[in-house]
Design a protein. Structure first.
Length: 246
């Protein structure tokens, strides 16, 4: 019998009610992890936790709130006793011109895409330190490597920088920190009627000739969560079908 990669590990995944986060949660659960699913979408989050069974816990979570992060980390410790893996997956996109973005809109995308990752690393690492180490995976984007829309690109570059800074500070605590940079992924956020035509057109520019499924990203996230990546920290893992190879 092949050993499960995350047996007896506890993982917390933000924005996990649907899309990539839900795919990560399902794969982690299959690989033996006890999974904390957090999201503001309580209906979908509860449904997923029920699907996964007793080794899954849903917690309503505003990732931009330090109070919420303290509560979620405390409830994770109370329920499962520890935290081994944190996936900072929650995020939003925005595709507006620099001249059209309001300060409120910019602040919102900063808070969800960037501040939340800082808070996750800060509070997640505080529990991991007590337990001798762990793995933090920050979901950035290829727009954390190359230019794109204002707001989205800025915050995804910041996630990349935070990953590198945190990896150096946390290494001596046995905590690894890496970033994942997906390209176009078939999630509910982009696979909507009003965006489908644009997605299909963009698909033609991808060297591999297709967009990715969420599960393809999950396999890399699993690698970083597991001991298979025990010597990887401060690194960037790109999943874009060849887009940034040009």
């Amino acid at each position: 019998m092949i050993a499960k990669k995350l047996e007896n590990k506890v993982a917390l995944i933000t924005g996990a009610a649907q899309g990539m986060g839900a795919a990560h949660a399902r794969l982690f659960h299959e690989e033996g992890a006890r999974v904390v699913i957090t999201d503001i979408n309580a209906e979908e989050g509860e449904k997923l936790a029920e699907e996964l069974g007793q080794n899954a816990l849903f917690l309503s979570h505003n990732v931009t709130s330090s109070d919420d992060w303290e509560r979620v980390i405390a409830e994770t410790e109370k329920h499962f006793g520890t935290l081994d893996i944190l996936v900072n997956n929650a995020g939003i996109t925005m595709a507006k011109s620099l001249f059209d973005v309001s300060v409120d809109e910019y602040t919102k995308i900063f808070n969800i895409n960037q501040l939340s990752v800082f808070l996750g690393v800060k509070y997640g690492a505080s529990l991991m330190k007590k337990n001798g180490g762990g793995s933090i995976i920050n979901i950035s984007s290829i727009n954390g490597l190359v230019g794109g829309a204002v707001g989205y690109t800025d915050t995804k570059f910041a996630v990349r920088g935070l990953t590198k800074a945190a990896s150096l500070e946390l290494a001596h605590h046995g905590i690894r920190v890496n970033s994942v940079h997906p390209g176009v992924i078939a999630t509910p956020m982009i696979m909507q009627e009003d965006t489908m035509a644009a997605v299909k057109e963009f698909e033609k520019t991808i060297p591999l000739g297709r967009i990715a499924q969420p599960e393809e990203v999950s396999k890399t996230v699993l690698f970083l969560a597991s001991d298979d990546s025990s010597y990887s920290t401060g690194s960037e893992f790109i999943l874009d079908g060849g887009l940034t190879a040009r």
